[in-house]
Write a protein that binds this ligand. Structure first.
Ligand code: NAI
Length: 443
């Protein structure tokens, strides 16, 4: 099939590349010429395991192309994915300007039937607004071309995006149009051959499903973070509690990790947008509001622990930070807890040396101007002469580091383990002062 992906970010690029891998002919459009330049030079502008190989293979096979040429992109696809950003507006609601601009650019140029697919995370009712925008543009041209609008929210996880797209748990399709549903079934059938994972529903329920899913996941994280605060006070170990409750199939093990708070391009903004949308309907979301507040607080927890250990004035103190991305296996630092931690430690007068396995270019872009922060070429280099180490992102390479080396490099063996990566008993044996999240009175 002929597919166009509008927006070549994490979602649009993965969608385009994976659909090309299944034999479709895909054109990816972006308004950012730098991204398209990088892609046309055989590189990818993001870090995503497995993606580069797929992109290169499909470009070489002539099934995947990248362009800034809107006419060419709109002309190409019968199925038009909109995968542009939906950042938070000032009031927290989702800013739909990029989605609607993409819809208009389709309406202005289309010359045949299109299935327009909202893949971006968008509030309930957006499909109607996309339809209206396209109709308006068609009317300006005196055209009454036929088109369909479908909602197909994306559930991929950064860091495992290719695998998630290739082997989806479910594919949600919101559609009130049989022809468009058939197109979507045909497009996704290679991904669901063994077991039909497509759930077709009405447009509004599909749009809602994405927000509800992210809200539920964020809720689990904030819930566990609060339990961890209490565990620490009453002398329980949240890691044992996690295993104890996760073994209940009604609860399950996923998303039960206490830590330094959730970040990323999705949870914070989607939680905010859902709260805001509900307010507009006169339905205050009390649970979700608390989830958000707890998370804001949690991002500062590591700093609180540093302050309890070293005092509130941190001038003259120097700390090593490991991990800046909002989670492992990505270079994405949007809303990362590390940003809050860096800012707060610098504000209190500390100097910092930071390292992340892949997010260093992104860190340079976002934090490069901070005088007190040094971005280091290796984890070891960041440790040199620091008063303590803060582990912020749980990259695998930090799981079993050279603890002797850490001890030798730090001024004193103090570590703040923001992701509960190291066993308190082991750290004690190794002679570390080990501060973790919710791991009992021993701390
Ligand atoms: P992103 O910010 O990485 O990429 C968006 C891209 O769209 C940018 O490259 C931008 O230049 C381009 N763009 C904006 N307006 C355009 C236009 N009119 N025409 C062509 N290109 C345009 O965003 P990301 O992370 O891929 O997210 C996209 C959507 O998918 C958001 O709604 C997000 O909430 C949702 N989503 C994101 C996930 C993630 O893990 N990043 C997972 C699931 C959903």
């Amino acid at each position: 099939m002929k597919v166009t992906a509008i927006g070549t970010g994490y979602v649009g690029l993965v969608t385009g590349a994976c659909l090309a891998e299944m034999g479709n002919h895909v054109v990816c459009l972006d308004v950012n010429p730098e991204k398209i330049r990088i892609l046309n030079e055989g590189q990818i502008p993001i870090h995503e395991p497995g993606l580069l190989d797929i992109v290169r293979r499909n470009v070489a096979a002539g099934r995947l192309q990248f362009t800034t040429d809107i006419d060419r992109a709109v002309n190409h696809g019968t199925i038009m994915f909109i995968g542009v950003g939906t950042p938070p507006d000032e009031d927290g609601s989702a800013d739909l300007q990029y989605v609607l601009a993409a819809a208009r650019s389709i309406g202005q140029r289309m010359t045949d039937y299109k299935v327009i697919v909202d893949k971006s995370t968008v509030p309930v009712g957006t499909a109607d607004r996309v339809r209206a925008a396209v109709e308006e543009e068609l009317a300006k041209r005196g055209s009454n071309l036929n088109f369909s609008v479908v909602s197909n929210p994306e559930f991929l996880k950064e860091g495992a995006a290719v695998e998630d797209f290739m082997k989806p748990d479910r594919i949600i399709v919101g559609s009130d149009d049989e022809q468009a549903t058939l197109f979507m079934r045909a497009l996704y059938s290679p991904f669901t051959r063994n077991h039909d994972r497509m759930i077709v529903m009405d447009l509004r329920s599909a749009e809602f499903t994405k927000y509800a899913a992210n809200a539920m996941l964020a809720t689990r994280i904030s819930f566990m973070n609060e339990m961890a605060l209490l565990a620490e006070k009453v002398g329980a170990d949240i890691e044992l509690v996690r295993r104890g409750i996760g073994s209940d199939p009604r609860i399950g093990y996923s998303f039960l990790y206490a830590g330094a708070g959730y970040g990323g391009s999705c949870f914070p903004k989607d939680v905010k947008a859902l709260i805001r949308a509900a307010e507009d309907e006169g339905i205050p979301l009390r649970v979700l509001t608390a989830v958000e507040q707890a998370n804001e607080r949690q991002k500062l927890l590591l700093v609180d622990k540093v302050v309890s250990r070293f005092g509130s004035d941190l001038s003259g103190r120097h700390f090593a930070l490991w991990g800046l991305a909002f989670k492992p296996n990505t270079d994405d630092m949007r809303e990362a807890p590390a940003l809050v931690i860096v800012q707060e430690l610098l504000r209190r007068g500390a100097t910092l040396a930071a390292y992340d396995p892949v997010a260093m270019p992104e860190a340079q872009r976002l934090l490069g101007d901070h005088g007190g922060l040094q971005l280091c070429p290796s984890a070891e280099a960041a440790l040199e002469g620091a008063d303590a180490l803060l582990l912020i992102t749980e990259w695998k390479e930090f799981r079993t580091p050279d603890f002797d080396g850490i001890k030798r490099s730090l001024k004193q063996p103090v570590v703040f383990d923001g992701r509960n990566q190291w066993e308190p008993a082991l750290m004690k044996t190794l002679g570390f002062e080990h501060f973790a999240i919710g791991r009992g009175l021993s701390l």
